[in-house]
Design a protein around this ligand. Sequence first.
Ligand code: AMP
Length: 217
Amino acid sequence: MKIVLLGSPGVGKGTYASFIKEKYKIPHISTGDLFREAMKNETPLGKKAKEYYDAGKLVPDELTIQILSERIKRPDCKGGFMLDGFPRTLAQADALEKIAKIDVTINFFASDKVIMQRLGGRIICKNCGEIFNTVNRKPKKSGICDKCGGELYRRADEVPEIIKKRLDTYHQQTKPLEEYYKKKGILKNIRAETDMNASTFKVDILDRIDEALSSLR
Ligand code: AMP
């Protein structure tokens, strides 16, 4: 099963991806994570990506396609994978089509108000990557991950000016992909506004994801 997750920054793709990964046992590939890893390790590609990343701009297609195609060649992707944050431009979607046949694209959508709230409050575990939110998904102990006890941090590109830039970029460059995948007949839309604190949150969203994927099984 090869899945693309679409949706604006902050819609909760990372959280939904962790649910899908747990249930469907396919690797979760986030180009944002690949860039963060490359920047942390100061690889040549990481150094080139940093100036764009820090400004909240898209990294050029050539570098992004390179980092993604190297990742999906790895053996864990043989049985399928889920892409989060890729493609983000039409050129990336065309490049992807040449290297993999995507079965379904799930487009998560929510109002701007919900998005701003989620992005502004997001905190992430340094150790396991679990995502919390100071507004609607608080950790039990402030600054500490509920899952593994790791330290929680706020991403450098999640300050208001950069958030705004990332959202503008999304509307201009990534939103057209909805039409692109709709035309191919593989787009499934999922409203993603359920309060992440609600006890039924995971079940609700997984139900909708199961429905979207049911035609593939
Ligand atoms: P994310 O973690 O998906 O929000 O991505 C964080 C940042 O990584 C983005 O603001 C971009 O600078 C870069 N990035 C991630 N994925 C892509 C992509 N598909 N194309 C270009 N830049 C990307």
